[in-house]
Write a protein that binds this ligand. Structure first.
Ligand code: NAD
Ligand code: UPG
Length: 330
């Protein structure tokens, strides 16, 4: 048995690759076009197939050659405001290409799929923390593009007798505690990444996008989940499916929200740098608050997070940012 990890050279996918290797006995094959990922993020024992997830011939050949039974599909475009300005690009990357991938994978014999979905499918939820059975209502093209892929998977699984777990990640942050991987995209837009770059002088300042939200301090609330904890959730999901477990849709978060201003305070405190912060208007497509109802994944998969600590997450992110600078991979 072997696992195909699409987007495995990216931020979260590379942590999944490490988790699979750390767990032993898996052949791991990565399919990545390196559009935002890095071949150096992969350990040497991994096979990298450079290509597009929508290349059905390549996908089918890869699955057959390596005897792949399970697909972990991370490859996507991921920036919420970009999806507002380029919706068709996001529907192509995240929906149309996922359709092609799922079709080729099922045709070539894949039995199990783990899909990187997102809290963005909930939009601006009326209930916080948000349970999985709340009807999704995405407010940006990114969330819609991912929700459609959840639906395709659900329908295809029923029709073709495969099983899947759709994991709805909340805000992913931090880095491998052993320092082997982290968020490496230089122009990434994620809050903790940007804040650590500001702390290290890689950016002149940090902008807070919106201070007039209906939240306690006026800035947006998010549930930050550590990336290795998230990778571990994929491993237990994979084991569940291979044991014959049913298809599931699960939130991945800790069930606690931090505001943008609180996150900035933690980054300043951990780094010891009082970097400049400016207050800016709201960013397109941002929900005001999104926090995971986090019980179901524990109950269904027995997932137990090991890194639920914002200071530790920021410490890891900062260490990775310093490591990138040392290696001239800023
Ligand atoms: N980062 C977050 O906070 C977050 C939250 C929720 C969901 N997600 C989801 O997690 C997944 C991974 O996100 P990430 O943060 O690691 O992003 P990333 O940009 O670091 O990784 C994406 C990877 O996919 C590759 N890729 C993109 N399009 C491809 C294509 N057509 N064919 C082959 N490879 C392709 C890129 O080169 C990159 O290596 C995405 O599906 C994203 O929607 C991320
Ligand atoms: O320089 C910055 C960057 C971000 N923010 C704010 O910080 C919050 C978090 O933003 P960001 O880190 O960009 O993440 P999100 O836009 O919440 O989206 C992330 O989290 C979603 C799930 O909640 C995923 O689906 C997306 O892929 C992932 O990028 C938002 O309120 C932003 O407006 C700032 O104020 N300044």
């Amino acid at each position: 048995m072997a696992v195909l990890v699409t987007g495995g050279a990216g931020y979260i996918g590379s942590h999944m690759v490490l988790a699979l290797i750390d767990a032993g006995h898996e052949e791991v094959v990565v399919l990545d076009d390196l559009s935002t990922g890095f071949d150096w993020a992969l350990p040497p024992e991994v096979t990298l197939v450079r290509g597009d997830v929508a290349d059905q011939t390549l996908v089918a050949e890869t699955i057959r050659r390596h005897g792949i039974d399970a697909l972990a599909h991370f490859a996507a475009k991921i920036v919420v405001p970009d999806s507002v300005s380029d919706p068709l690009g996001y529907y192509l990357a995240n929906t149309v290409k996922s359709r092609a991938l799922i079709e080729a994978a099922i045709g070539a014999g894949v039995r199990h799929v783990i899909f990187s979905s997102t809290a963005a499918v909930y939009g601006e939820p009326a209930v916080v923390p948000v349970p999985e059975d709340l009807t999704p209502n995405p407010i940006n093209p990114y969330g819609r593009s991912k929700l459609m892929t959840e639906w395709m998977l659900e329908d295809a699984a029923r029709a073709h007798g495969i099983s899947y777990v759709a994991l709805r990640y909340f805000n992913v942050a931090g880095a491998d505690p052993r320092g082997r991987s982290g968020q490496s995209t230089p122009n990434a837009t994620h809050l903790i990444k940007v804040a650590t770059q500001a702390a290290l002088g890689k950016r002149s300042h940090l902008e807070v996008f919106g201070t007039d939200y209906p939240t306690p301090d006026g800035s947006c609330l998010r549930d930050y989940i550590q990336v290795s904890d998230l990778a571990a959730a994929h491993l237990v999901a994979l084991n569940h499916l291979r044991r014959g477990g049913e298809s599931l849709t699960l939130n991945c978060g800790y069930g606690r929200g931090y505001s943008v201003l609180e996150v900035i305070d933690v980054v300043k405190s951990v780094s010891g740098v009082d970097f400049p912060v400016t207050l800016s208007p709201r960013r397109a497509g941002d929900p005001s608050r999104i926090v995971a109802g986090a019980d179901r994944i524990r109950a269904e998969l027995g997932w137990v997070p090991q890194h639920d600590d914002l200071r530790a997450i920021v410490t890891q992110a900062l260490a990775w940012e310093e490591a990138l600078a040392r290696r001239n991979r800023v």
